[in-house]
Every structure is written in structure tokens, then in C-alpha cells.
Design a protein around this ligand. Structure first.
Ligand code: FMN
Length: 235
């Protein structure tokens, strides 16, 4: 079982995304899974120019081969499990991840086909059905902030014929970074989720439920403490 994990936080291993992702990957590793982690802001990925050359002039390949994307596309094609880990920026993934995902257009063909009640593009590689895991963290304390990101990944997974086998959405991410003991049990569940993905093929419903559970202090107290923190930073 080959796993490929992307972390699109510009804070890389100093961020909350990596804390959650690392625990999850630890679980994958202990269950015998093999994975590679890529920090997207270490990579040179030029923006899509919208020329559709990857569909016409050089089918399956971007016409510009001068960045790290050809290597990433190869890894994406080989991976059984793809983990997209991103901080929430303005209700969605960070630009590092968005630019990378836009550059996966060569994996699709230009033609329009029917997929249930919607129109989509056929995939070039019809044999493989990848499994995706989505991980995201955000500063605000409510899980509702992930709604747009969740829908965005759902639509992208459909377009790439992938199955989403688990989601870890962690609000109040900056508290997680504080190392508060409150989060120990949470991180244990992230580890368990990684193990289950290998041993069970997906995150079990019970673990998924625990990961969604809101265990943070009352929201007014959270806002009060966060505001106190920011006031201190400004002074
Ligand atoms: C440009 C920017 C946009 C952000 N947008 C949101 C947002 O829409 N909702 C939210 O709750 N937090 C938002 N945050 C907070 C981050 O999600 C939070 O700090 C998170 O911990 C960052 O992940 P990292 O620690 O892995 O870098 C934003 C932060 C930045 C820098």
C-alpha cells in the first residue's frame, strides 16, 4: 500500500497541519503502510496557464516540463492512498495546494461524459481508483468553517474517480499547537485513523465520529482567550 501525503502549510513542520498529519502517518506506518510526505512549498510548481496544451499538443503532459509537477504527477499515478493536508485559508485549501491540483489536468482527457447526473471528463488511467484522505486545520473553533473545503474535495475526488476514505478537520488549531493535554486523546485518534486506513481500508465510523466531536471550551471563552493572546502580540 503506497501512500503519498501533501502538506500545503507554509509553516511546514511548525504548523498544526503537520501535527495532525504526522500522527496519522505514524498510524499508517505502524500498520505496515509505506508513504512519502511532500511539503508543497518546497516544490517549484508553476501556475496553470490555461492553454489546454496538456489535452492537445502533448496529451497527458503539461507543455511546460520545467517544474516539479511531472515528478508529482508520476507519484500521484502510482499512489494507492493520497493524503491532502492543508490549513484552511479563506475557507479553502492554501494556494500551494490549489496550484498543484490545477496542474493535475493532464490526468484527464478533454472529452465530456456523463457521470450519474453530471458531466465530467474521462480519466486517462481508468484502471486505478485512488483513495483520498483529507486533513485540514483552522483557527476558528467551529467545524462549519470547513464546509467549502469539504465540498471542493468531494467534487475533485469525483472528477478523479477517487474515493474519500476519511476526513480529519480540526478547528481551534492554534490550541493544538500549544500542546494542551486536552489534545492528547485527539491525536491518539488521528493515529488510530491512520492505522485503520491500512487495516480496514478506511477510517472507521466510530473513529470518524470521535474526530468530529467538539471538545473545546465554550466558544465565548475561546474567543476571550484568543483576543487576549492577540492583544499581547500587538503590544
Ligand atoms: C491567510 C490566512 C487565512 C486564514 N483563513 C482562515 C479561515 O478562513 N478560517 C479559519 O478558521 N482560520 C483561518 N486561518 C488560520 C489558519 O487556518 C490556522 O492558523 C492554521 O493553524 C494554519 O495551519 P498551520 O498551523 O499548519 O500552518 C488563516 C490563516 C492565514 C494565514
Amino acid at each position: 500500500m503506497k501512500g503519498l501525503a501533501f502538506n500545503s502549510s507554509p509553516r511546514k513542520n511548525n504548523g498544526a497541519t503537520d501535527m495532525v498529519l504526522n500522527k496519522f502517518l505514524e498510524g499508517i506506518k505502524d500498520a505496515g503502510g509505506d508513504f512519502e510526505k511532500i511539503y508543497l512549498n518546497d516544490k517549484k510548481i508553476n501556475q496553470c496557464r490555461g492553454c489546454f496544451g496538456c489535452w492537445t499538443k502533448t496529451p497527458g503532459k503539461c507543455v511546460f516540463q520545467n517544474d516539479d509537477m511531472p515528478e508529482i504527477l508520476k507519484k500521484l499515478e502510482e499512489a494507492d492512498i493520497i493524503i491532502y493536508a492543508t490549513p484552511l485559508y479563506h475557507f479553502n485549501m492554501t494556494s500551494y495546494m490549489k496550484i498543484m491540483i490545477e496542474k493535475t489536468l493532464p490526468l484527464l482527457e478533454p472529452f465530456l461524459i456523463k457521470d450519474k447526473e453530471l458531466t465530467t471528463h474521462p480519466r486517462r488511467n481508468k484502471k486505478k481508483k485512488a483513495k483520498w484522505v483529507i486533513i485540514s486545520v483552522c483557527g476558528f473553533p467551529e467545524i462549519e468553517h470547513f464546509q467549502a473545503l469539504d465540498l471542493c474535495f468531494k467534487q475533485n475526488a469525483r472528477a478523479h474517480g477517487a474515493e474519500i476514505i476519511g476526513k480529519i478537520y480540526r478547528p481551534s488549531s492554534e490550541v493544538l499547537k500549544s500542546g494542551a493535554p486536552l489534545f492528547k486523546a485527539y491525536l491518539k485518534n488521528c493515529y488510530l485513523a491512520g492505522k485503520e486506513v491500512i487495516e480496514n481500508g478506511k477510517i472507521k465510523e466510530e473513529t470518524q465520529r470521535k474526530l468530529y466531536k467538539d471538545f473545546i471550551m465554550p466558544k465565548f471563552l475561546f474567543r476571550f482567550m484568543a483576543n487576549r493572546f492577540w492583544k499581547k502580540q500587538i503590544q
